[in-house]
Design a protein around this ligand. Sequence first.
Ligand SMILES: *Cc1c(COP(=O)(O)O)cnc(C)c1O
Length: 395
Amino acid sequence: MTPEQISHIINELGEDRARYYNAAAAPIMQTSIFTFPTTEELAEGLSHSFERNVYSRGQNPTNQILQKKLAALEGTEECLLFSSGVAAISAAVLNEVGAGDHMVMVDKAYGPARALAGKYLARFGVECSLADGKDPEAIAAAFRPNTKVLYLETPSSMVLELQDLTACAELARRHGVVTICDNTYATPLYQRPAEHGIDVVVHSASKYLGGHSDLVGGVVCTDGERARRIFAGEYLTLGGVMPPFHAWLILRSLRTLPLRMERHAATALRLAQWLETHPRVLAVHHPFLPSHPQYELARRQMQSGTGLFSFELDAPDREAIFSFCDHLKCFHRAISWGGYESLVCPTAASYNRQAQPSPYPWNLIRLHAGLEDPDLLQADLEAALAMVPATAATA
Ligand SMILES: *Cc1c(COP(=O)(O)O)cnc(C)c1O
């Protein structure tokens, strides 16, 4: 997609300013219901609720502006907006499966997505196998005759593992399996799964699309037929829809998305390169470091990395990991990512080595590079690294 196309989508597409006094910013259509001049028109609206504004647990004009922009950015026909990323993921998955079906999910997918596909859907007779997403043959081996969905997330958000989107889409098509890909990390600016043949693209809008740590939201982008099926099914029935105020906040955030992404990406890559040379750092996971085992694949299917990456600290124990994180002044200790501010989150905060086995290294620390001055962030990391007690490896 050219910069002209991107800027047209972000600034113009879906906007109809003459209808709202030529205001530059679209109005927030804060209404639950839409009224009709005649009962005949009400009846007509009710029978076409995908196209018409009838009730805001359905279509809403503010949301529609955002839907058009996100669908165009992802290169899909339609987009639906949800109350959270998890609501979007659930709707996309539930639309494809029923009792007796099976799905395959990559083993490093977002935790709550794994919980949905594993424990939760088992109650409804849907089975799920986890597969190593790095290896298309492992994915193929997990397919069964009743497999309906292949669920991908590339890169994954903890260890930044990739899946080959073109290979996965071809494999799934041969088996009549629908592909769903979580594209939250890259945003449609840096990766467009639909161009590789992926059927459904999902996002947590709580990350870069929102971008200011002030909202939770989700997105499904797909073809028109499937979008209508999700709309009539999961969207209207489960009802986890995005309020128009949140759609408006995301519209505002989209205006600066290219600018923000450029800064997040440049700062993160610089910090990752620097950390790789630090003696207390055992490994750095960033898809655009040449040391990443899937660097070539990253360069083939993504335009760039973003602000999120992780590293393994040479620390003696869990306490030293926590203490390192506590010494940071610019990086806030928090989950999630994608906002203006830098964040740190060690896996040891969510997985206790004894009680709960973790799919990630125990000493893994995830960083989100925010929009602050990169020198400040590097100095902050340097000072905190200097405080980490020695281990056998460093002594
Ligand atoms: C945060 C996140 C989600 C879930 O989104 P919510 O908006 O928190 O429900 C899904 N996938 C990825 C990769 C995420 O980082």
